[in-house]
Design a protein around this ligand. Structure first.
Ligand SMILES: *Cc1c(COP(=O)(O)O)cnc(C)c1O
Length: 331
């Protein structure tokens, strides 16, 4: 199986904003787009994206998971980056159309079709470092993905970083390219120096999130995770897992969690930690690395509650459990 996100469907949906209106969405080849080398996005990172998935059910039908949430988040990202506005119905139609076109390519469980809507500033104007792009391009790429967990389901090692930040705090809720560029050096350093898989950013000791996933601490029947604020990305998976946990009768505590409390709690037997995101679903964390010392979470392996919650979410996505919260959209 090739690396996640490296295989694309040959066509994508695309629409251009010319400064006054959006073009009718088209389906075009996905092998290239034409941009001026001075395009705003290439210099000043006026770029944002989304990641969501379509799933094939046993009856052959294809369903898209929580599309409304991802569309609303791309609108918010676009707004914060001062990119042109688009109507949610416009993007919804583009997503449904392109997924319908490639419906027969949606892998069976445990695979899925990863959907990548992207919005970029296209105005050729390198003088606009502090001015928004008046023109933009919105497109939807598709990438079939396999089971993220094949090849051994191993608990992750996270470096706790209480000095750096993933991104500038006012950019936390924006799914924007610049934020990933900003987190890259700390992550590369953590891999090289500590064989860590990811960095858990804890600015000023406040446990926040990793480079591309939210963090959940599971202590018995309580889940503790940072309360929503403007400094971190509000994951759709995070929201879905918390909803399912409440449905199962678990206590969900959305509040501040310090590194100190995290390390103290995670040493307890039965404690679990996990990362949530569309790609990873819910991935167990087995070890924290902090100030040169290693701390095992619970028994250092994959927690039972983590597996239970992951399965509960997957069961809805693949149509094996009732979609009580109306999270699925039919084509
Ligand atoms: C995408 C992303 C997440 C997870 O969001 P989902 O909607 O669950 O996929 C969390 N943190 C960051 C920084 C992200 O980019």
């Amino acid at each position: 199986m090739s690396a996640f996100g490296s295989v694309f469907m040959p066509e994508m949906a695309i629409s251009w904003f010319d400064g006054s209106q959006w073009s009718n969405a088209e389906v075009v080849s996905s092998d290239s787009i034409q941009l001026h080398p001075g395009a705003h996005v290439l210099h000043y990172s006026s770029s944002c994206f989304e990641g969501l998935k379509a799933f094939r059910h046993e009856d052959g039908s294809v369903k898209i998971f929580r599309m409304d949430r991802n569309i609303a988040r791309l609108q918010q990202s676009s707004d914060i980056l001062a990119l042109p506005e688009f109507a949610p119905e416009q993007l919804e139609q583009m997503i449904v159309d392109i997924v319908t076109r490639f419906a027969d390519q949606v892998p069976e469980a445990p695979g899925s079709m990863y959907i990548r809507p992207t919005h970029i500033g296209t105005e050729p104007a390198i003088g606009k470092a502090a001015v928004p792009s008046l023109t933009s391009c919105l497109y939807v790429l598709l990438s079939p993905v396999g089971d993220y967990f094949t090849g051994g389901d191993k608990a992750l090692r996270l470096l706790l970083d209480d000095e750096g930040m993933r991104c500038s705090p006012h950019m936390g809720v924006v799914k924007s390219g610049g934020n990933y560029a900003s987190a890259l050096q700390p992550i590369m350093k953590a891999r090289a120096e500590y064989q860590a898989d990811q960095v858990l950013f804890c600015p000023g000791g406040d446990v926040q999130e990793t480079g591309a996933a939210n963090f959940l601490l599971i202590d018995g029947d309580e889940i503790i995770t940072k309360a929503l604020d403007s400094t971190f990305l509000h994951g759709v998976t995070r929201d879905s897992i918390l909803t399912l946990a409440r449905d199962m009768g678990m206590t969900v505590s959305e509040r501040q969690l310090t590194v100190e409390e995290l390390l103290e709690r995670s040493a307890r037997p039965g404690c679990e930690a996990a990362l949530s995101g569309t790609a990873a679903v819910l991935t167990a964390v087995g070890t924290f690395i902090y100030k040169g010392k290693e701390y095992e979470v619970g028994n250092g392996g994959i927690g039972e509650t983590t597996l239970l919650l992951r399965r509960a979410l997957n069961d809805i996505q693949w149509g094996r459990a009732e979609d009580k919260h109306s999270w699925l959209t039919s084509l």
